[in-house]
Design a protein around this ligand. Sequence first.
Ligand SMILES: Nc1ncnc2c1ncn2[C@@H]1O[C@H](COP(=O)(O)OP(=O)(O)OP(=O)(O)O)[C@@H](O)[C@H]1O
Length: 589
Amino acid sequence: MAAISRHQDLPVILHNDKRGLLTVEDGRLDVLQLSRDGRPPKRLLSTPIRNFLLAKLSNDKGKGSGQNRRLDLHTLGNPSGNSTSLKLTKLHVLVEPINEPEAEEWCDNTMGLAYRGIKRDKKVLLLVNPVGGKGKAKSIVHDIVLPILQATECQIDLRETTHRLHAEEITNSIELDYDVIATASGDGLVYEVLNGLASRSDAKKALKIPIAPIPTGSANAVCTNLFGVKDTFNIPLATLNIIKGQTLPIDLCSVLLLPSQQRRFCFLSTALGLMVDLDIGTEHLRWMGDNRFLYGFLRGIVNNKNCKTKIQLKVVEDDKISMARKARDRVKQRLVKDDKVWGGGTNPLVNGMNGLNVNGAIGTKMSEGDGTKTPLPGDVHANGNGDASAGTNNMINEEDGEEGEGNEYIPDHGTIPEAKPLKPDSTWITIDSSGALPKSTLKRSSIGSLRGNRSSAVNDWIDGEGVLYFYAGMMPWVARDLMQWPVSISGDGLIDVVVQSIVPRMMMANAITGAEKGEAYWLECQHYYKVSAFIVENLDKANQPIFTIDGESFPWDTFHVEVHPRIANLLSLNGDFYVSDFLRKHDEK
Ligand SMILES: Nc1ncnc2c1ncn2[C@@H]1O[C@H](COP(=O)(O)OP(=O)(O)OP(=O)(O)O)[C@@H](O)[C@H]1O
């Protein structure tokens, strides 16, 4: 790898028969037109090497130039210098026979530098939902996605979904020889793909295939978490992620529905109360794109309805200041290494786990290397029943040969254990909103004692509060305009839970300002917990019949949720979720 980072030039003949030079230096590839009179060269193309897709010497001979060979160059150019204007650029030049050996080496080295260990001839399963979002997935895929993928060496297996749950059926039965599963739709298709893979008898192996979303749905929260608010709907960038993304391990939750005993897998959120009305109650407004969620939110505030529920939480942490500090410290460490992260420079498994305890477990086995720590398979993960399950985390990529010496890693490619009802003990906390009282009569609950003494922001539930909504999430953003879980960390084995208590309408309306920046996190009326398991009961089935898992609705009676740490994978261009401004801050709030 050291050899390819040096300055490299290749003399070529340009399309206009003028002499040119291809140069790779400082992370950029430039196509220069040379002048005969000593004037500085003219830059015809300049592209970051990380956007570069293909350098290929063809067997075709160039037009009118005897033995010259054609060299094709494909890249995602950004003429205005920002990622929002990425555009597929294809050009070709000619290589004279005398430069042929050098050209072969230049292509190899340039491709090595552009891909940095990422597989080049990926086999991609591309699932397209023609009715997701504004219904434009098909044309977007044909006009933008396919040309970019076809400009690389990827093989594409495109399948259109024809009905609800079709993506789940497909991924439940596919051969596991794909390198990536791409979904052109919204979060719903990602949810179906994960459920299809997770319910297989070889689920653990199947879930190793990473998922790369193409944002043609309404909200596309996964894309916000991967690319940031501005680039949520950036189709070329999401396509580049299929080609060059690094594996980002994520947690999945088992959601066990009672009394049906049905189990669904959740990767993004479970919601009750206002957040259900906001999503499901605005389905008819799909034409509004993601504005429909803001409309639904405002409507919910006007109603200000108490969601009657009993919530039991296995809390691992609830000190807001400490949770924010940990998430920010982790980002600080990551940003220092960022130059190495893009394009596969470092092992995302090592990187993502730096400074983390999976599922709050202390004493995980760590291997010391370059100062980072890698949890090893066999680490104990306590589930919601208090049982310990070993080696379910898929933390080692056995293809990479990451095992430490003496640690015999036996890959576990089997099924995900059956979900059983959880058994809360006295350490769990309970929130019951069945008897909401007027605000003036509220008193502190005994649950405050769990947190010991601390000088942090107030986060205690008070008996008698009403619940406007309950929202449990696994990634910071749930939509572009709502960063509901700003301190959520990918693959930490924990679920971030928000219980929003009922407050006067004006106070809630004001909370909308800054919601996209995660500022609501600091509100006293927004209780925030990191939990490893929870149970939620419906105390008013007639008036609140449904809850949602990843935006899909289910009948709500009682449901039990537990985490499977780092069992599934996404692709991400930087090996992690997008770093929010909230996490870049270093003050306490
Ligand atoms: N051909 C089809 N006809 C009808 N429904 C389909 C078809 N293909 C897929 N679906 C369903 O469309 C639903 C919506 O998909 P998805 O959630 O991905 O998009 P979205 O709702 O627009 O975006 P988001 O979830 O980001 O808001 C899914 O439940 C999926 O099962």
